[in-house]
Design a protein around this ligand. Structure first.
Ligand code: GAR
Length: 190
């Protein structure tokens, strides 16, 4: 058994995926250790979750920096200090730029609540329901410079429930928590 992979989880919102990953690391289902939680939203609920779990938090507001590069360089400093080996995006609602992409080539992974390339960007579940599709799903992919593009690692279909965003979101989140864990485990054991 190789040692635990040191990961940094990036999140901007409620952090249910962060919580699922944190729990899986703690109970040994995922052979990894969260060395840092990075957020662009210091007021997000995920910060409270990280603090309760005893995970160090790096919170940087992009508007406090004069450019996207200097914002990401500040994040890089924190990642290096924490010795993060992989970046795991879990509801991080910012496009990743060159400083992070160059420092972590093919080592940034994202989860998205649709079957990409359908419905990229924000509000993917709302987009799917509005479009009237009957099946949507979850994609885990490596991150490149595009918006929810990059090589696909895993996908799972989820039925749209009663044409309803909230019910469908609940079904999608449950699938996300399992699929992320499984995909990260296979990535880290390569
Ligand atoms: C998740 O559904 C994730 O797939 C999505 O944000 C949500 C975060 O939920 N990400 C994207 O839309 C990325 N384009 P969480 O904060 O409860 O983990």
């Amino acid at each position: 058994m190789i040692g635990k992979m040191k990961i940094a989880v990036f999140a901007s919102g409620s952090g249910s995926n962060f919580a699922a990953i944190e729990e899986a690391c703690r109970n040994g289902e995922l052979n990894a250790e969260i060395v840092l939680m990075v957020t662009n939203k210091p007021e997000a609920y995920v910060v409270e979750r990280a603090e309760q779990a005893g995970i160090p938090v790096a919170a940087f507001r992009p508007k406090d920096f004069d450019s996207k590069d200097t914002y990401e360089e500040a994040i890089l400093g924190a990642l290096r200090a924490a010795e993060a080996e992989w970046l795991v995006l879990a509801g991080y609602m910012r496009l990743v730029g060159q400083p992070l992409l160059t420092a972590y080539p093919s080592r940034i992974v994202n989860i998205h609540p649709s079957l990409l390339p359908s419905f990229p960007g924000k509000d993917a579940i709302e987009q799917a329901v509005e479009h009237g599709v009957k099946v949507t799903g979850v994609t885990v992919h490596l991150v490149d410079e595009g918006m929810d593009t990059g090589p696909i690692l895993a996908q799972r279909a989820v039925d749209v429930v009663d044409g309803d965003v909230d019910k469908t979101a609940e079904a999608i989140h449950a699938v996300e928590h399992d699929l992320y864990k499984e995909t990260l485990n296979s990535l880290f054991s390569r």
